[in-house]
Design a protein around this ligand. Structure first.
Ligand SMILES: NC(=O)C1=CN([C@@H]2O[C@H](COP(=O)(O)OP(=O)(O)OC[C@H]3O[C@@H](n4cnc5c(N)ncnc54)[C@H](O)[C@@H]3O)[C@@H](O)[C@H]2O)[C@@H](O)CC1
Ligand SMILES: Nc1ncnc2c1ncn2[C@@H]1O[C@H](COP(=O)(O)OP(=O)(O)O)[C@@H](O)[C@H]1O
Ligand SMILES: [K+]
Length: 550
């Protein structure tokens, strides 16, 4: 993995970023030099070749006006048009970065205006402000019409990771006013107002169209509640030495972003030349009911895409023919059923220990209690989802999960999470903390579904899937995930040849599977729009995501 791929996996809190920067400064890098470097990279990303300005659409290229031709190399990227950029400057080094950007855009021929309502600035920031004023760049203490009229682009440098309390007036009102303009807004490091670690909105926050995160990914940008403020996020690398990151975060950071490089390294994409089906994992899916027959099909199609060697599917007897017709390769086990059409118990003679993994839950209904009890008592890796989780919550057996000999994986959405862990903090808020606590409490690997799905291990490692699509917010896409993960877990458990997989290794595989699922959603949405990603279609995009060239 190259340096940039490693950097992309890292996430930090504000304190960790401060500590990492502290080491760089202590080693002799001047603060002012770093600010120049960072701001230079931001300017390049905004107006350089292939820069954001070109992608922001027509609004950035306003009515042509007579502006003196500029011969600088960057300027040649643009037709000679009038460009007005408003830059929001805060009191700290986020504001300092913004002032350097303002200065450079001014030199490149942009018409720059600065909003800076703060009477006192940090020293370096203050020096940059003084120089910008000397160049004739206008400063405004209030958001007024001169500043916003005809403005094509707003650059937000009010607060970065130094934001420490709620934003109050007049800045809060200014932010609200700016948000209403519906202009492109590029936030430097974080949208001002977003808590660096928890993603909480501190009073109010800039609704950015783009966020250029500096140096290392800030944890708050990966929290669901921050996403509507973050817009498209990307990392601006400024060559932080890996040794300084490792010195603060350890060789393996506790909280990691699941990147493509990470995921591909953990998926079983190539097989040994000499093998057979049982060596490639045997998964038992327990799912479906007369009422929710489709859920069983979707789960099974997810498992099919995982490449698992053998797939057995336990369903109520009455829907067996349906499953056979959709999955001719699978072994369908018709089970006795309750009056309501749920599985009442597993067939006599099914030896649970002969499987490499069990995935249980989608479409079961809460009437399948006895099955859930049975699988909990087994000694093989178990993934519980949907009604499997609801039954678990009803039985109140979370504490007993630690007694299981094999690993357990729970995959709740926020509603199921609340039922399972009623005493834990709300998982719609600080999700990273919530999923970590849940894993600690249950001794299970917990995957908390959402826009940024997060996976935790009992020892506190967390993996976050950083890209997904709301196209997946649709009935059945979770069933596909359960099957896919079940298949991956069965393969890894078969490959470990009885030595057992560690919780972290298994969580890495689960995280890779969640990445795969999200990428299939993204690819399907690109080709078919966000409306075109029904759960069946999603299953058809799993293989193309990891297929040739991807
Ligand atoms: N040191 C450097 O040269 C570098 C600076 N960077 C930039 O520096 C930023 C961090 O700089 P700082 O530590 O100065 O922090 P910020 O610029 O994020 O903000 C801190 C300032 O805001 C004030 N403040 C905090 N909360 C407030 C509130 N609610 N209302 C009003 N004022 C409030 C603080 O008193 C302080 O003056 C990063 O986000 C990044 O943009 C780094 O990215 C790169 C290296
Ligand atoms: N807004 C969103 N953005 C990205 N992914 C989402 C979003 N909403 C839901 N998802 C994903 O879609 C899946 C939904 O699963 P789940 O809630 O169990 O649905 P179902 O039970 O109907 O299959 C999860 O993988 C979740 O992470
Ligand atoms: K900012």
């Amino acid at each position: 993995m190259n340096r940039l791929e490693q950097i992309q996996q890292v996430t930090v809190t504000a304190q960790q970023m401060r500590d990492i920067e502290g080491r760089i400064f202590a080693a002799g890098m001047p603060v002012a030099a770093l600010m120049e470097k960072v701001a230079g990279a931001i300017v390049d990303r905004i107006i350089g070749d292939g820069g954001l300005v070109k992608h922001l659409g027509a609004s950035i290229l306003a009515t042509p006006k007579n502006y003196p031709p500029n011969t600088s190399p960057l300027y040649k990227n643009f037709p000679p048009q009038f460009r007005k950029v408003t830059i929001l400057v805060g009191p700290g080094h986020n504001g300092g970065d913004a002032l350097v950007v303002a200065r450079e855009l001014h030199f490149q021929g942009f018409i720059v205006g600065i909003y800076c309502p703060f009477p006192k600035l940090k020293e370096l920031t203050s020096q940059h402000a003084q120089y910008a004023k000397s160049l004739g760049i206008p400063f405004y203490e209030q958001i007024d019409n001169n500043l916003l009229k005809d403005c094509d682009l707003i650059i937000d440098g009010l607060f970065g990771f130094g934001l420490e309390r709620e934003i109050s007036d007049p800045i809060a009102s200014a932010i609200n006013q700016i948000n209403q303009l519906a202009k492109p807004i590029i936030s430097i490091d974080l949208p001002s107002g977003i808590h660096t670690d928890t993603g909480e909105v501190l009073g109010t926050a800039i609704r950015a169209t783009h966020t250029l995160c500096l140096g290392l990914w800030k944890q708050g940008l990966l929290q669901d509640r921050a996403l509507e403020y973050v817009g498209k996020a990307e990392l601006i690398d400024f060559d932080i030495p890996l040794a300084d990151i490792a010195a603060i975060l350890g060789e393996t950071p506790q909280i990691q972003r699941v990147t493509k490089a990470f995921a591909l390294a953990h998926l079983p994409l190539t097989r040994p030349p000499v093998t057979h089906k049982y060596k490639m994992g045997h998964l038992l899916l327990i799912c479906g009911s007369r009422r929710y027959a489709g859920g069983a099909i979707l789960t099974a199609l997810g498992a099919r895409a995982s490449g698992v060697g053998m797939l057995s599917i336990a369903v109520p007897e009455s829907i067996k023919p349906l499953l056979v017709s959709h999955l001719p390769e699978a072994l369908i086990i018709g089970c006795p059923e309750t009056e309501s059409g749920a599985i009442s118990h597993l067939l006599e003679g099914i030896d649970l220990e002969s499987y490499n993994a069990i995935a249980c839950g989608p479409g079961l209904t809460k009437d399948a209690t006895s099955v859930a009890k049975l699988v909990l008592d087994s000694d093989i890796p178990l993934l519980l989802d949907a009604d499997g989780l609801n039954i678990l919550a009803q039985m109140g057996t979370i504490p007993k999960l630690s007694k299981r000999q094999a690993l357990t994986i729970l995959t709740p959405h926020t509603g199921e999470f609340k039922r399972l862990f009623p005493d834990l903090p709300d998982s719609t808020q600080d999700r990273v903390n919530a999923v970590r606590e849940a894993s600690r409490l249950s001794s299970a690997i917990v995957l908390l579904k959402g826009a940024r799905t997060a996976i935790a291990t009992p020892d506190g490692s967390v993996f976050i899937v950083p890209e997904s699509t709301p196209a997946l917010a649709r009935g059945g896409s979770g069933d596909v995930l359960t099957g896919l993960l079940g298949g991956l877990v069965a393969q890894s458990s078969a490959c470990s040849c009885g030595t057992g997989v560690s919780p972290v290794s298994l969580a890495e595989i689960v995280a890779a599977g969640a990445w795969w699922h999200a990428q299939a959603g993204i690819l399907a949405a690109q080709e078919r729009t966000e409306l075109g990603v029904d759960a069946f279609t999603l299953t058809q995009y799993l293989i193309p995501v990891v297929g040739s060239g991807e």
